[in-house]
Design a protein around this ligand. Structure first.
Ligand code: FAD
Ligand code: DHB
Length: 385
């Protein structure tokens, strides 16, 4: 079997790449370890930057997002007993975010690929990458797929990055001393906009998916286990942290999904080796506080699509050679922003009273200075491409 681009992983990065390549007349085969049902149900991120929204619309896969997604023109920072709105319409006119679940993006992309006769293989076993320097190929479940280029879109725990010979990559990483417990609940959101809350008990985030479904996250210890968090404890803690302003009551409901995500930052440089190009979580991850993970995956894929189009259309290799360099600027901006948002809003055990005062002072600055609030807003909605 032969294709132009072998894509490992049917997450947002791999599926969008396959779709964008198809629009440019380039063939691909997507190899995914999990079932279609599994990837369509995997609840993860929910905030789409302006550039991500524009990309999906331009690619013809934005119809349901435009219908069902929730446009947001601000977020609230809540701390010290008060809420403070960061108004995007004032600070970054014409730019906003859309709340639309990652698995809905995945569903839309799978539907578009299959409708166009795209080749996505689910539940493939033992994917392995070979001959990365030239004439690359991929083996899986007893089959062989020859290709011109491999796109490693298989997430942080995939096989693509480890296929790069030792000594090639420089890895930068940071583990945070806490995790996020995330839940999806059948209850109308208690707020129209996202609330990022900093309290002495830790961070909490109120997000949503629809007028009847809410999404919440709680800062928990790094070694927290779901068994230690029965429903009453989750709601009790969410109320304790979110009901920190007068008159705000958190509505509760049935929890239909739950999970614990470790907080970690990671970048592997360069994002390529020979004929293998890494995109999305396979190359880098950010702590989720700035909602950048999914959006960075989309940004990588845009760059990779243009580079592959140049390569297949007129044989030029420069854009492909410069792929990693082109992506890393945005990757590091997002790393810094995510670190900054995380540091601003979480409690760290090692923080003394002085450090906590500094954190509150910085929050006061961000919510009272237009320049500082604009820095937050323009990064949150995403810097233009
Ligand atoms: P992924 O979505 O990870 O897709 C990779 C795909 O490759 C998967 O389908 C996987 O099954 C497949 N795969 C893996 N190994 C193999 C293999 N050997 N062979 C074939 N296929 C393979 N970001 C936010 O902004 N906010 C959040 O709240 C948030 N929550 C998250 C929760 C969790 C548990 C995780 C893991 C991530 C979260 N993220 C969040 C980050 C965001 O979801 C990712 O940045 C985004 O999914 C990146 O897309 P991707 O396509 O690069 O990788
Ligand atoms: C969501 C996730 C995030 O990481 C974030 O910063 C905001 C919202 C969400 O899943 O809705």
């Amino acid at each position: 079997m032969r294709t132009q681009v072998a894509i490992i992983g049917a997450g947002p990065a791999g599926l969008l790449l396959s779709h964008l390549l198809h629009l440019r007349g380039i063939s691909s085969v997507v190899l995914e370890k999990r079932s279609r049902d599994y990837v369509e149900r995997r609840v993860r991120a929910g905030v789409l930057e302006q550039g991500t929204v524009d990309t999906l619309i331009e690619a013809g896969v934005g119809e349901r997002m435009l219908r069902e997604g929730l446009p947001h023109h601000g977020i609230e920072l809540r701390y010290g007993g008060a809420g403070h709105r960061i108004p995007f319409e004032k600070l970054v006119p014409g730019r906003s975010i859309t709340v639309y679940g990652q698995q809905e993006v995945v569903k839309d992309l799978i539907a578009a690929r299959l409708a166009a006769g795209g080749d996505i293989r689910f539940e493939v076993e033992d994917v392995a990458l070979h001959s990365l320097e030239s004439e690359p190929y991929v083996t899986f479940g007893g089959e062989r797929l020859d290709c011109d280029v491999i796109a490693g879109c298989d997430g942080f725990h995939g096989v693509s990055r480890p296929a790069i010979p030792e000594g090639v990559l420089t890895v930068f990483e940071k583990d945070y001393p806490f995790a996020w417990l995330g839940i999806l609940a059948e209850v109308a959101p208690s707020s129209e906009e996202l609330i990022y809350t900093r309290t002495e008990r830790g961070f909490a985030l109120h997000s949503m998916r629809s007028p009847t479904v809410s999404r919440f996250y709680l800062q928990v210890p790094a070694d927290a286990q779901l068994e230690e968090w029965p429903d009453e404890r989750i709601w009790g803690e969410l109320k304790a942290r979110l009901e920190s302003v007068p008159g705000f009551t958190l509505a509760t409901g049935d929890i239909v999904e739950r999970g614990i995500t470790p907080m970690r930052a990671f970048v592997a440089e360069p994002m390529q080796y020979g004929r293998l190009h890494l995109a999305g979580d396979a190359a880098h991850i950010v702590p989720p506080t700035g909602a950048k993970g999914l959006n960075l995956a989309v940004a990588d894929v845009r760059v990779l699509t243009d580079a592959l189009a140049a390569y297949f259309e007129d044989g030029s290799t420069e854009p492909l050679d410069g792929y990693s360099r082109a992506c890393l600027k945005r990757v590091w901006r997002a790393q810094h922003f995510s670190w900054w948002m995380t540091t601003l809003l979480h409690t760290f055990d090692e923080d003394d009273a002085y450090a906590r005062r500094l954190q509150l002072s910085y929050l006061d600055y961000v919510t009272s200075s237009e320049a500082a609030a604009t820095t937050l807003a323009e990064n949150y909605v995403g810097l233009p491409y």
